[in-house]
Design a protein around this ligand. Structure first.
Ligand code: ADP
Ligand code: MG
Length: 696
């Protein structure tokens, strides 16, 4: 298949295929389920399952699986074949409606954060018909939600779907006030995925990369990203081949991979898709991540998706482009007449309120051990949530808050809510790359999420917080129409913006001044995962999720537990790898080299008793002192690590990891790195940054 248009979506049981393959009554019934949320009855499911199976077999599939997202964040699948033996020794291929809509994976090994203790371990998967089934490696994959028998969500998708429902209900109420029906309101997601590619050869020599996804040691490369030549630079031939195959595979899966380019850091790249409805967008992103890893191996490469594989150069994020669409109309599009403008301002105001009110939850949703090296460290974006609106929109908000008429750059004076807003959609020249939450023309870009993350959590929080502020507006406007509604709406906007304008910040988010200013404004600054997670279980968060039926208190608590445990487990692994490497690789290498140098000095002295060997002795002294320092830090880390694993309370252990262990890990790393640049190259046990980042 060479034509992209033929290839595109060829492995997806999409609407087009459904229409082609299903009897028209079945198709219509299924559409009512997909678009209108009506329950699916088993007779319809049987017909769909049969058509799906026939289609899948034609495409070479032999197995099917319920594809789901347990709390680990990555996807899970267990393959069952279609084969059904017949009494006469042959086999037929079967797939029933029941198998399509419900599955029972053995859930006992997935994290459940205590849900398992209280409830039955077994869970079931249920088809999410709003995300298309697809074929991957000869397996028909059916996107599903994963729940316990008592109905608790055991996955990341279920709450996301619930949050999409919540926002839909509230957005429709708001739209109704504007006389707009809104058949179907959905949120959209475009996930820009950053990643690194390194050679398999180097990767295999780095235990830290293999076991933790990041380099725990390594002196800064002689050349970093300062020349900015890699960004958007010509793509290396091997990488280009990789990207081409990736595009083809993704297109066949109906993933609209659109732009690909080199990123700022050496060996760093990015892929951005065309946005999709959020649940589908998350599925697509997870498929993209999986395919990237798999296909890299075809080119002798390894795809690193960790948020910070290398110190001293940029880490990888995953920008979460978010918008709300009503029957295909983007609600963050300012529109062209006064009522559309007002509607836009209402939705904008609600986002500002949502982000300010639930800034800590948003920060929490992006928290992970890996992302701690980006947020709040020396790179973008900071751990403080703030919003960037751009000059034009910023000025409009200011005018509303200060109650003066708005004067645009072209000096057009206007009375807000009556006249037409200027077309600031094009005002995105002044893009603020340091803002964690930026308005970019007709959508918002949340930049905190890390590259390794499943974006369900982020969007679940965002949607629910937004549902809350939309509800606030709809409740306040209840029963109002015409001019009274307009006046009340403008008044509401002004009041709400005044209450929440502290979250708006258009300056440099990396600066120390902003940190101080944000503190004055009372904005939260949770630098580490240990500080960010507790807000998940704060009464305010529990109340929010309960109000919109997104998560029960039990579900919230279980998720908090899972995140904490994951953080602590990662820290534990990193400590162990560090200690192992220092003891078995770095210290022996330094000692060997020191001994070699000492022998050399003795030998030279034997031949040239009055030769000046002082510079060699100096170096030897530095090596010996360096090894001693490494040993000191190692012992410190060792005892802290031992103490930490004794702490039963996971939050307490997380606090110790973040505040006591991380600084010692940094010191140990620094001590080893100092030796890396004075030990001779061939004596160093692993490939260094220079080699890994600038592979041939
Ligand atoms: P930018 O230059 O601001 O990054 P792009 O148009 O390149 O803007 O989009 C970046 C990402 O945002 C893409 O993945 C794109 O699909 C996504 N995006 C664009 N519009 C929307 C929208 N309405 N909702 C969600 N994501 C969107
Ligand atoms: Mg980017």
């Amino acid at each position: 298949m060479s034509k992209v248009t033929d290839l595109y979506g060829s492995m997806v049981f999409n609407e087009h295929t459904m229409q082609e393959r299903l009897p028209s009554a079945t198709y219509k019934q299924l559409m009512r389920t997909i678009k209108g949320g009506e329950p699916l009855d088993i007779d319809v499911a049987n017909v769909v399952a049969h058509a799906m199976k026939e289609w899948a077999i034609e495409k070479g599939a032999t197995h099917f699986t319920h594809w789901f997202q347990p709390l680990t964040g990555i996807t899970s699948e267990k393959h069952d074949s279609f084969i059904d033996p017949t009494p006469d020794g042959r086999a037929i291929m079967t797939f029933s409606g029941k198998e399509l809509i419900q599955g029972e994976p053995d859930a006992s090994s997935f994290p459940s954060g205590g849900l398992r203790a209280t409830f039955e371990a077994r869970g079931y998967t249920a088809w999410d018909p709003t995300s298309y089934a697809f074929i991957k490696d000869e397996v028909l994959c059916i996107p599903t939600a994963f729940c316990s028998y008592t109905g608790e969500a055991l996955d990341k998708k279920t709450p996301l779907l619930r949050s999409m429902k919540a926002i839909e209900i509230q957005a429709k109420r708001v739209l109704a006030l504007f006389g707009e029906a809104g058949e179907r309101v959905t949120t959209t997601l475009g996930a820009e995925q950053e990643y690194f590619l390194v050679s398999e050869r180097d990767y295999e020599q780095r235990l830290d990369l293999m076991l933790t996804g990041r380099t725990l040691f390594g002196y800064s490369p002689c050349k970093g990203q300062e020349l900015e030549e890699h960004y958007f630079g010509a793509i290396r031939p091997t990488v280009n081949e990789f990207m081409k195959e990736l595009d083809d595979e993704l297109w066949a899966l109906g993933v609209s991979a659109r732009t690909k380019h080199n990123e700022v850091a050496p060996a760093q790249h990015e892929l951005a898709p065309i946005f999709a409805e959020t649940n589908r967008g998350v599925d697509e992103n997870l498929l993209t991540m999986e395919k990237m890893k798999l296909l890299a191996s075809h080119y002798g490469l390894v795809c690193l998706q960790h948020e910070k594989p290398f110190e001293f150069i940029n880490g990888s994020g995953k920008h979460n482009n978010w918008s709300i669409s009503a029957d295909g109309k983007n609600l963050f599009d300012p529109g062209e007449n006064p009522m559309e403008n007002l509607r836009f301002l209402v939705f904008l105001t609600c986002v500002i309120e949502a982000v300010d009110e639930y800034q800590e939850l948003l920060r929490m949703s992006a928290a992970s051990a890996g992302n701690d090296h980006r947020l709040g460290a020396n790179e973008a974006p900071p751990a403080i949530v703030s919003m960037f609106l751009g000059d034009e929109l910023g000025a409009i908000v200011e005018a509303l808050v200060d109650e003066h008429d708005y004067t645009s750059a072209e000096r057009v004076s206007m009375d807000l809510g009556v006249d037409v807003l200027p077309n600031f959609i094009k005002d995105n020249t002044d893009r603020n790359r340091t803002s964690p939450f930026a308005f970019t023309g007709n959508k918002f870009e949340f930049r905190m999420p890390g590259s390794a993350q499943n974006l369900s959590d982020v969007n679940m929080v965002l949607n629910t917080a937004m549902a809350k502020s939309l509800k606030g507006f709809a409740d306040a406007m209840e029963g109002k129409t015409g001019d009274a509604f307009e006046a009340a709406a403008i008044d509401y906007i002004k009041r709400t913006l005044r209450d929440h304008e502290r979250i708006i910040f258009n300056g440099d988010g990396y600066s120390a001044e902003w940190e101080a200013e944000a503190a004055r404004r009372g904005l939260a600054n949770h630098r580490t995962t240990a500080e960010a997670l507790p807000c998940y279980v704060a009464p305010k968060s529990i109340a929010l999720f309960a109000e919109f039926g997104v998560l029960t208190e039990t579900e919230v608590r279980s998720r908090y537990e899972v995140k904490l445990e994951k953080y602590n487990k990662i820290m534990n692994i990193e400590c162990r790898v560090m200690k192992r490497l220092v003891r078995r690789d770095y210290l022996p290498a330094i000692n060997r080299y020191a001994a070699k140098l000492a022998n050399g000095i003795a030998a030279i002295r034997g031949v040239l008793p009055d030769g000046d060997t002082s510079f060699m002795e100096d170096k030897l002294r530095r090596l010996v002192a360096g090894a001693a320092e490494i040993n000191r830090q190692l012992e410190k880390l060792h005892s802290l690590h031992r103490a930490s694993v004794e702490i039963a309370d996971q939050q307490e252990r997380a606090n110790m990891n973040a505040h006591e262990i991380v600084p010692v890990m940094d010191a140990l790393r620094h001590a080893v790195d100092e030796m890396e640049i004075i030990v001779e190259r061939e004596a160093w046990p692993v490939p260094t940054y220079n080699e890994i980042l600038f592979y041939a």
